[in-house]
Ligand binder design. Structure first.
Ligand code: GRG
Length: 296
C-alpha cells in the first residue's frame, strides 16, 4: 500500500469532520470557538485518529460510526499540546507551524481552549451511546480506557513525571516510563478503542495492546530524535528545545544511532505482534513503519 496516499486521504476525512465538530454547539462564546478551531485547523499529522480508524478497519467497522472516537482522540491530543506549550510548562512559541495558542489568545483563553476540547471529546464519546449501534457497557469500557489514558495514570501523569525529570539524572528505564505514560498511553488507547468498538475479541485486543505500546514508545523516541536532527521549519515547532530545557531524552541517554536502532526494533516487534492478523491489518503495519520514517 502507498502509506503516504493512505495517510493523506485519512487526514483529509478527519480534518473535514473536525471542522464541523463544534457546529451543533451554538452556545460556545465566539472567542473560545475561535481559539479551539485555531489549534485544530493549524494542522497536525492526525496520527491518533488515523490509528482509531485503522484498528476499527481490521474488523470492517463503518468509518462514520467510529469517527467520533477518532475526533475525540485528536481533541484530547490537541488539548495536551496547547497546555504543554504554556509558559508554566514547555513555554513554546511555535506549534504546528503557527504561533502557539497562548501567544495568540493569551494564557487564560489558551488554558480554557484546551479545557473545552477535553470536555468536547468526552461529550462526543458519551453521545455515541445516544446514537445507537453501540452497546452501552462496551461504550462505557471505551470511555474508561480513554479517561485513564488521558489522566493521572496516563498522559497527565506522564507530563508530571516529565516536568520532574527536567535537569534530573534519569536512566533509560525512568525515561521509558515517562514516554509510555506521556505519549504511549494515548496512542495505545487510540488503537484499542477503535478495535473494541468494532468488535475485536480478547486475544486480538491483547496483540493490539502490545502493538500500541511498541509504536507509542517508538513514536516518542522518533520525536526525541527529530528534536535533535529536524529543523524548526520541518517540525513546525522549535527544534533543539529538549536540549535547551535540559530534558532527558533517548538521544541524551543512549546516543542518536542507538536511539534510532531501538525505535526500529520496537517497530519490528509491533509488526510481529500482528502476525496472526490478515491483510486487513496492513494499514496498522504500515503506520508502524511510517512512525519512525516521518520527518515531522
Ligand atoms: C495540564 C491537564 C494538563 C495536561 C497536560 C501537556 C500534557 C498534559 C501532556 C503532554 C503531551 C505531550 C506534549 C506529549 C508529547 C507527545 C508528542 C510527541 C506530541 C507531538 O505529537 P504529534 O507529533 O503532533 O502527533 P501533531 O502536531 O502532528 O499532532
Amino acid at each position: 500500500m502507498d502509506i503516504q496516499a493512505y495517510l493523506a486521504t485519512q487526514k483529509e476525512k478527519i480534518d473535514r469532520a473536525l471542522t464541523t465538530t463544534f457546529q451543533t454547539c451554538a452556545d460556545i462564546p465566539p472567542v473560545l470557538r475561535e481559539a479551539m478551531e485555531y489549534s485544530l485547523k493549524a494542522g497536525g499529522k492526525r496520527v491518533r485518529p488515523v490509528l482509531v480508524l485503522a484498528s476499527a478497519a481490521v474488523y470492517k467497522a463503518p468509518e462514520e460510526k467510529i469517527m467520533p472516537v477518532a475526533l475525540a482522540m485528536e481533541l484530547i491530543h490537541t488539548f495536551s499540546l496547547i497546555h504543554d506549550d504554556l509558559p508554566a510548562m514547555d513555554n513554546d512559541d511555535l506549534r504546528r507551524g503557527q504561533p502557539t495558542s497562548h501567544k495568540v489568545f493569551g494564557e487564560g483563553k489558551a488554558i480554557l481552549a484546551g479545557d473545552g476540547m477535553l470536555s468536547h471529546a468526552f461529550f462526543l464519546l458519551a453521545r455515541l451511546g445516544k446514537k445507537g449501534g453501540v452497546y452501552p457497557t462496551l461504550l462505557l469500557e471505551v470511555i474508561e480506557d480513554i479517561a485513564k489514558a488521558t489522566g493521572a495514570e496516563g498522559m497527565v501523569g506522564g507530563q508530571v513525571l516529565d516536568l520532574q525529570g527536567e535537569g534530573a539524572d534519569l536512566n533509560e528505564e525512568g525515561l521509558r516510563k515517562i514516554h509510555r505514560y506521556k505519549t504511549g498511553a494515548l496512542i495505545t488507547a487510540s488503537v484499542i478503542s477503535g478495535a473494541k468498538l468494532a468488535g475485536a475479541g480478547k486475544k486480538d485486543l491483547e496483540h493490539l495492546k502490545v502493538y500500541g505500546d511498541k509504536i507509542g514508545l517508538a513514536f516518542q523516541i522518533a520525536d526525541d530524535v527529530l528534536n535533535v536532527e529536524g529543523t524548526t521549519k520541518e517540525l513546525g515547532k522549535k527544534a533543539g528545545s529538549d536540549a535547551s530545557l535540559q530534558k532527558t531524552t533517548y538521544p541524551s541517554v543512549c546516543g542518536l544511532e542507538e536511539s534510532k536502532k531501538k525505535a526500529r526494533q520496537l517497530v519490528e516487534e509491533a509488526v510481529k505482534s500482528l502476525e496472526t492478523f490478515d491483510s486487513k491489518a496492513g494499514s496498522l503495519r504500515e503506520i508502524a513503519r511510517y512512525i519512525i520514517q516521518r520527518k515531522s
